[in-house]
Each structure stands twice: as structure tokens, then as C-alpha cells.
Write a protein that binds this ligand. Sequence first.
Ligand code: ATP
Ligand code: MG
Length: 575
Amino acid sequence: MKASQFTLATLRQTPSDADIISAQLMLKAGLIRKLASGLYVWMPTGLRVLRQVEKIVREEMERINAQELLMPVTQPAEVWQESGRWEDYGAELLRFKDRHQRDFVLGPTHEEVITDIARGELKSYKQLPATYYQIQTKFRDEIRPRFGVMRAREFTMKDAYSFHIDKESLAKTYADFYEAYSRIFSRLGLNFRAVQADTGSIGGFASHEFHVLADSGEDDIAFSSQSDYSANVELAEAICTDVRKAPTAERTDVDTPNMPTCEEVATHLGIDLKQTVKTLIVKGSYSDDNPDMPKLVALVLRGDHTLNELKAEKLPQIKAPLEMATEDEIKEAGLIKGYISVDLASYGIFVVADRTAAVMSDFVSGANIPHKHTTGMNWDKDAKFDVVADIRNVVDGDPSPDGQGVLQIKRGIEVGHIFQLGDKYSKAMNCTVLGKEGKPVTLMMGCYGIGVSRIIAAALEQNHDDKGILWADTPNPNDNIAPFFVAVVPMKSKDGQAESKAEELYQLLKNKGVNVLLDDRDERAGVKFADLELIGIPHRIVVSERNLAEGKYEYAKRGNDDKQMLSLDEILAKF
Ligand code: ATP
Ligand code: MG
């Protein structure tokens, strides 16, 4: 490619609305342009990167015998009504009507469509297992599109679906995907981890997420210091090995004026935050159908811990999805917001103590009197809980749930997710084949997603410097996802010799199949260098009159200040 005929679209200024380094770099380096919130144009430079990622993903999908197909973005409402997700899927699902007033959606995912195809095409157990994938546009009307293409509304996903006669076959294909995903992220040169993930409301058998580690990640990942245990904090079990000590203090109300938080109380009383507890009131699962369940539930946590909503809402007494009680509900129950006590026996509230909170003694809680807390609180003596449960997020230093080492928390960007779905969709949509005994068998299903466009943003979060993008070195140079692998830059020469030699080198490299850019723009060298560094082109060869006199070319690797003088043969041997 010649830069003079290519829209590099680099910017001098950092766009003011880019909220994260990768988004800034993608805009500045001309990879993308914003069309509207969560909607981006992939510019020529960016599309080259996207296609490289797609190529690697495709190769690894073919390796595990997944078949590529392509489903429409637009999907009829009928299949969503059949699966039940027409009602269940929230506002992320964009619904619309065609000219005949028929309902449609823009696909946020394709379980329904693929299950419809599978039930039509798969007739016998002999055709199984069958795995399909596509690389395609998804639309999710995200409540908060942000971070550029990282959380966009329209984005590119590789989604795959597998169909099986039984759980064993599903587990085998799942393992293939686990390996394929690991290979994809390794080939891309990314620092990533596969972590155990929540199977959520679908209640499948197993799920793993693949995370690129970066401080800007939206997820917290817990790792063991001594084993290969790793899990999303959403899921990681909090183990409490402490035993409760005998009470030594007496229950005493103390003044804590305008101090509704544990932090304020701890500072005021000059005690460790770990000696305080907080009590959160959430809605219970009481309903006309469930009259035995509580209307309100109190969740008691140690002051320095945070609530894990996913864990809490799995308790039968708690309404799912979890909802905090309103101010009115708290008031009606006779509780003083900000000063709620753990002594709730006389309020008819179901009390859940977190495992760690349950082994505390001589602690401080609210007094349920405005501007007062109680010190010297002790379970059994001063207050009672109904159940003990793991309802908090793990923190640095917690014991690893596998009993080996302690947990360490890091931020991650979810780039892939694999899931053993079981029969959720196949059952709802009657997707069966004839089994060995000649009877219909409902298929087992797996689904597997990779955020193809998100990978690029994640890669940039991990790899950049003050000059711009640094594309990660990949174990195989052919896997490098840089838009161009080599840039050839002629310096202006009087007789045009540097320019023609540069063109010659460009043609030679091109003929060798090297992904090369000839920067033949009529620009100052400094401008060209700055652009090439911003875009992160890994290798740069400068062709100048002075060096040509000695038969040399100046070679530099992006991210490395050393320059080397190489002969033409050396350059050609290098690439
Ligand atoms: P998240 O928790 O980040 O919203 P998700 O659980 O909704 O992700 P999946 O439904 O498993 O994601 O989709 C598969 C992959 O698609 C994700 O692992 C992620 O890499 C990518 N992805 C999901 N939502 C977006 C988005 N809004 N923009 C870009 N990529 C996305
Ligand atoms: Mg999502």
C-alpha cells in the first residue's frame, strides 16, 4: 500500500470524548471514527487490524472442525418468543417493526436462529456433534456504551454453537473451544487468563471467561498465589477460616452524629474498619405465590467488605435480580437508614450474616437510633442471624477456595466466553434428533463467543507507549495484527534516487508477501515518523541518499531506539 493513496486519518489532537487510552489511540491513529454513541466506522487502517484478528480466529475455529456459516443480523420475533427471551431479554434487545407491522430484533446473539437451523437440518445422532460459527455484527443497546469499541452498541463477535447427543460430547467440544481460545489469545501475544465464570440464570453446567489483564478492565479476577485457581470475583467463593472469639465487651450505645458510613464511624471511634459491620436491606422473595418468604432481608457484612449481588440473589429468601429496599420500605419497617442495627429480632426481618460477619465479636453496628451506633455487639447475646451465607466479594489476601495459597485480585477485560448451555434452547424450541434407540432426543448445546472488535481495544490497553500504539510481538510474526508490518520511508533526495530505491524495496517486500506501507507522502520526515509510531508499525526502514552511498538502509524497530544499518540483502533476509 502507498501512503499517498491511503487515508491514514491520523489526528494531531487527542479526541476529548475518548474515555480510555485504547479509544484515544484508536481514534488518533485513524483506526476508527465515531458515528454516534456506541457506533463506529472502521477506517481502512483499523479494518486491516480487524481482518487480521478474524483470520486468526477463523484458523483456530477450522482447526477444531467448526463450520462457518452466516446468519442475518435481523431476526424475526417468533424465534425469540419461542425461546422465551422476547420477554426475558431486557432493553439491550433492539426491537422494531417492518412495513407489515411484523416484529423483528437486531441480533444481540444468535442462539435462537442457530437452534432453528439445527432442528431443521440435524435429524440423526449420526450427524453429531455439529459445531457452527460465524463472524458477524451484533447489536446490543448497551445502557452505557463507552470505552470506544470495547463496549459498543454495534460490534463484531465470533459466535459459535455446538449440538450434542449427550453431556459427555458437549464437555469434549467445550474442552476443544477452551484450547482454541487459549491458542487464539496466545497467538495474538496477549497477557490473558481463563477464569471460572458464573453460569447465571441459564444454569448451564460450566462456563469460563477469557480475560485480557489490564487496569482499565471492567471485571475483577481472583487468582491463587499458589495454584492455577482463577475465577471472576462475581463467582469466587469467600472462605472464612476464622472462629468466633468469646465476647469481652458490653453492648453500649455511642454518639455518632451524621456518620451513616462504617468508615466515618471507625475513624470517629479510632477503631479498625474490620471491627464494624454494615447492614443492607434488600427486597425478599415474598409474593402471593411465596407467602412464606420474607418481604425484607437484612444482609450483614463486615465494614470493609462489599456485597456480591450475584451470590446474594441466589438465596431463596432474596428477590432476584437483587433490589435494594426503598427508603419508604426501610422507614415503614421501623428502621433508621444509615444507623440500622443487626439486632432485628423484633422487626420481622430475615437476617443473613456473611460468613466473615458471622464470626465477629465485640463489633460495632448501627443502634437503630438516629446518630447512634452500638459498640460491644456480640452474636447470640445481642443479636441473632437466620442464616450464614457467602454473600461478599473476595478481597486480596482471602484464602483460595481450592485450599492452596491466597487470592490476589486483578482487573480484566472479558474478550471471550464459553458456556455449556445444556438444553435451555433446544428444549424450548424442540430441537431433537433420532437417537440410537430410534427415539427423539433433545440436544445438548454449547455456545462460545469472542469479542473480535473488543480484542483490539484490549490489546491496545496492554500495549502502548507515549508515542502511540505498540502492537504486541506474536510468537509467529505472521500473526502480528498491526495494520502494516513494515514501513518504508524515503527521505527527500535531490535526484530522486532515495525515492526510487524506496519504491524498489517496497516492491521487493511486497512480492515476498510482506504487509508493507510505502510512505511516499509529500510530508516532512518528522510528520511521517510520528504517524508511523502512532499507528505502531513494528518495523521501519528509512531510505536516504547518504546511507545509499554506502549501500545501507536504516532499520528501526518500534519501541526500540537503536537503529541498525542494513544492506538490501540483510533487509530481505529479515522479512
Ligand atoms: P459483558 O459482560 O462485557 O457485557 P457479555 O457477558 O454480555 O459481556 P457475551 O454475551 O458472552 O458477553 O458475548 C461474547 C463476547 O462479546 C464477550 O466476551 C465480549 O468480548 C464481547 N462483547 C460483549 N458485549 C460487547 C460490547 N458491547 N461491545 C464489544 N464487545 C462486546
Ligand atoms: Mg453484556
